[in-house]
Design a protein around this ligand. Sequence first.
Ligand code: HEM
Length: 217
Amino acid sequence: MPRLILLLLLGAAQGALGWYMVASGLTERVDVSQYRLAAHLTLASVIFAFTAWTIFCLGSRHRTPSSAGDLMAILLLVLVFAQIAMGGFVAGIDAGMGYNTWPKMDGQWIPNGLDAMQPAWRNLFENALTVQFVHRGLAYVLAILVLVHAWNAFSLSGFVLAYGVWLQAAIGVLTLVLHVPLALALAHQAAAMLVLLAAVWHVHRRLARPLPVQDRP
Ligand code: HEM
């Protein structure tokens, strides 16, 4: 019951955040603030992941993470969240409409102008070059970590997660080099949710202990 009440409250908060996001496009600009869009996307992802976790909890309880592999599975989940939030910034400032080459950006591995804005932190959220560069970079970090982790853990859920991340990265590259056609952008957005689901499922599978029959709902 407490979980379901929390889910209901999160849903209400998402409604309010959605209104706050749309309101940013009603006065001086025709689009919405990328900060509010990324917050709305991230909260949607939290609600989705928490709902999945709640379902996974039916019939099992979870032990405390104890090994390096457990912590890595949780870190991967956190990185997927971070990558989704960063994707929200890419979409929010249409950063995918420029630098449509891969693997290099603007003909360079590390392009000039990543720190063009002052103060420096603004580049991470407002400079299309930097926002796209970070989204690419985080995807590469994730792609390597999931492979190493899947190999070490050698579990079904680990391999599903690795497969999902690599597929998602491939869809991302295609979306970029084809100048963000709507169908591919939607596929990239939907696949991000499947990657998130795989990451939650993987943590659950590592930590789950079945409930005794008499305690099952
Ligand atoms: C694990 C890897 C990745 C994840 C989880 C991920 C996730 C996301 C998400 C959630 C969005 C926001 C979608 C939206 O709200 O419309 C996004 C946008 C985007 N991503 Fe990724 N992404 C990944 C890898 C990549 C890679 C490798 C590239 C290209 C090199 C890429 C290119 C893009 C582009 C161009 C957009 C903007 C699409 C638009 O304007 O609608 N992504 N990504």
